[in-house]
Design a protein around this ligand. Structure first.
Ligand SMILES: [Zn+2]
Length: 282
């Protein structure tokens, strides 16, 4: 939904309509069950509309929505704001460029959140350029201050995150952007699950390919999203993989040796070689 040019915020009417629409899409796409999920959108520097607690997001009407301030005090509306509103308020406080937040429990992304696995492998060009890598916030007891605290490290550097054993959270300059990021996370998770889980193979992009995609992302004005892991050495934040030259396939996989902790690297190397030989002879 587009806003009038030069307006930083949507009107009350626009914000409420877009929240209702995202609620319907969220429910229709099976991103939430029952009364799960919540959406909020700022309409000024200090106020935002948010979804109520205890209501299916697929069937909301505008009289159910609540206007709150940045401390969560209700300004307008008869409903009780979502119990997870603290998480939204923390995102707004930490990053003033964020104007909307979406929280849902999409099944594939939530499965990664349960497995404790971030979405940080370079398998999809669109994911690298658009949503970026998706980190995972540590487990936090619902309804407590631990939840908002757990997401703080990502709010200024990424476009969304998984919440351990819970679901996913996205944010954006407006509600549609935050919602589309939620769609992108679920798509990224689903494709990761198909390739790595069901097919058992995912040809990851090289550091050089990733570097070029991130360059394009930066040029298009997206400065957040982090960097997926190097497919060879497993490190991130190393442009064009200065540490391993990404000569994947021609040397021992460094991440195996790296993951061995205190074990002698030579022993790991021997085991890896034996496994590879056994695999080749099968
Ligand atoms: Zn939730």
């Amino acid at each position: 939904m587009g806003y009038r040019l030069n307006d930083k915020y949507p009107s009350d009417y626009e914000a409420k309509q877009v929240i209702l629409e995202i609620g319907r899409r969220m429910y229709a796409k099976n991103f939430v069950a029952s009364n799960d999920g919540n959406i909020s959108a700022k309409v000024s520097d200090t106020t935002l509309w948010c979804t109520p607690t205890g209501v299916s997001k697929g069937y909301m009407t505008d009289d159910m929505l609540v206007l709150v301030d940045l401390d969560g005090n209700v300004i307008k509306g008869d409903s009780v704001p979502s119990s997870e509103i603290k998480m939204h308020l923390r995102v707004y406080k930490e990053n003033p460029n964020v104007n909307a937040v979406v929280h849902a429990h999409p099944p594939a992304a939530t499965s990664y959140a349960i497995a404790g696995l971030p979405l940080n492998h370079a398998i999809l060009t669109e994911a690298v350029m658009g949503i970026g890598e998706i980190p995972i916030a540590p487990y936090a007891m619902p309804g407590t201050d631990e939840v908002p605290k757990s997401i703080v490290p990502f709010v200024n550097t990424h476009n969304g995150c998984l919440l351990a054993n819970h679901g996913a959270l996205t944010w954006g300059k407006d509600a549609m952007e935050a919602w589309m990021r939620m769609e992108s996370i679920e798509y990224y998770a689903l494709v990761s699950m198909y390739t790595k889980g069901l097919i058992g193979q995912a040809n990851e992009l090289t550091c050089e390919q990733v570097e070029r995609l991130i360059e394009r992302r930066t040029n298009s004005g997206i400065l957040t999203g982090g960097r997926p892991l190097c497919r060879n050495c497993g490190s991130d934040g190393v442009p064009a993989c200065a540490t391993c030259n990404d000569d994947f396939g021609t040397r021992e996989p460094a991440h195996l040796a790296q993951a061995s902790g205190g074990i002698d690297a030579a022993i790991v190397e021997k085991i890896v070689r034996q496994v590879l030989e056994a695999k080749a002879n099968r």
